[in-house]
Design a protein around this ligand. Structure first.
Ligand code: MRU
Length: 356
């Protein structure tokens, strides 16, 4: 299995995703500030991986804090959360992880400070294990939706590299392939950061899953030629009404899929669902540096001084989404109802058995 991130006593270890696919190198962040930088610079990326990286960063920062009493540990904890919470605004998993760590600290008040620090490390490790189990459960639910053969389009990277392992959208594809379906993946290049051509292609290639990379502007042509039977993507945040924030370009793919009568699926763990945000308008969209657009492989490809927009994500309105695949099961329109119902669903027994 691809090792995206892991907790080690020396620090949080990441595969450096900015170097893939040409270099497979690992970096160990030995402070929470370094973890925050790794998230900001996209050494680690993808909503679920960002969430667990954040939790591990918090665990690392509190472990190394000088605090000897609960009041100063809390103070240090909040400072760390502020730094980590300011890295990337769109993926709600980051804030979900911070909140979960805060609850763990709240529940550790009767422990010694050393025990509370250890409890935070264990919580981050638990989140890691849970994420993999959630992806595998999503894979089981989603595999049934995949065509028995033919092309499936995905955008960005919602694979092992975007999670603690197996992936969300790519987990669905992996599970479908494991169940005997003959799927050929079309991976959108995903300008400007190239998560599709660099990362999705890299990990599917490693798994021997047939994959064709296309530039983003080819998706419509592939659909009109009948090469795509379904689309499956990940998500960074899903609002209560089923609107989906995901990598910039996802909206275009969803509209194209609708035009061609192709089902458009979203696979995401429950930690990506944000019932506190009523619809897509309330989702903050990260703006990334202009150089990601003005430069390609370190070389300027636009005139000096030209205006540039670089929103990292867009919002796909729920009317384009055929189903949302979560570890708790499938949600279908009307999403306000189906997501509310899933919110009350106990986690799958398979996931519980991993936890106990
Ligand atoms: O900017 P990134 O690479 O972090 O964006 C990643 C995506 O948009 C993914 O599709 C999303 O986080 C889901 S990952 C399982």
């Amino acid at each position: 299995m691809i090792l995206t991130l892991e907790w080690t006593e020396a620090g949080v270890r990441f595969i450096d995703q900015t170097k893939l696919p040409t270099e497979e190198t690992y970096v160990t962040c030995t402070s929470y500030q370094q973890v925050a930088d790794a998230i900001r610079t996209m050494i680690v990326r993808g909503a679920p991986a960002i969430g667990v990286a954040a939790a591990m960063g918090i665990a690392l920062g509190t472990r190394d804090a000088a605090a000897r009493d609960h009041a100063s540990l809390r103070e240090e904890f909040e400072k760390i959360c502020q730094v980590i919470g300011a890295t990337r605004p769109t993926a709600v998993n980051l804030f979900w992880a911070i909140e979960r760590m805060r609850r763990k600290l709240d529940a550790s008040q009767k422990l010694s400070v050393a025990e509370a620090k250890r409890a935070l490390i264990e919580e981050a490790q638990r989140m890691y294990v849970e994420d993999i189990a959630a992806n595998q459960a999503m894979g089981k639910h989603g595999a049934t939706l995949m065509p028995s053969s033919g092309g499936v389009l995905t955008h960005c990277n919602a694979g092992a590299l975007a999670t603690c392992g197996y992936g969300t959208a790519l987990g669905v594809i992996r599970a479908a392939v494991e169940s005997g379906k003959k799927i050929h993946v079309f991976a959108d290049e995903t300008r400007p950061f190239l998560q599709g051509s660099r990362l999705t292609a890299w990990e599917l290639n490693k798994d021997g899953i047939p994959t064709t990379v296309i530039s983003d502007n080819m998706a419509g042509a592939m659909m009109s030629q009948g090469k795509i039977g379904a689309v499956v993507v990940g998500a960074d945040r899903i609002a209560a009404n089923g609107d989906v924030a995901n990598k910039i370009g996802t909206y275009t793919v969803a509209v194209l899929a609708k035009e061609h009568g192709i089902p458009f699926y979203v696979a995401a763990p429950w930690s990506t669902v944000d019932l506190a945000t009523p619809d897509g308008e309330g989702i903050p969209i990260e703006q990334r540096p202009a150089t990601e657009v003005t430069h390609f492989a370190g070389k300027r490809v636009t005139p000096e001084g030209i205006r540039v927009e670089n929103p990292a994500f867009d919002v796909t309105p729920h009317r384009y989404v055929a189903a949302i695949i979560t570890e708790r099961g499938l949600a279908r329109a009307p999403y306000t109802e189906s997501l509310k119902q899933l919110a009350n669903t106990a986690v799958l027994s398979s996931q519980q058995s991993v936890l106990t």
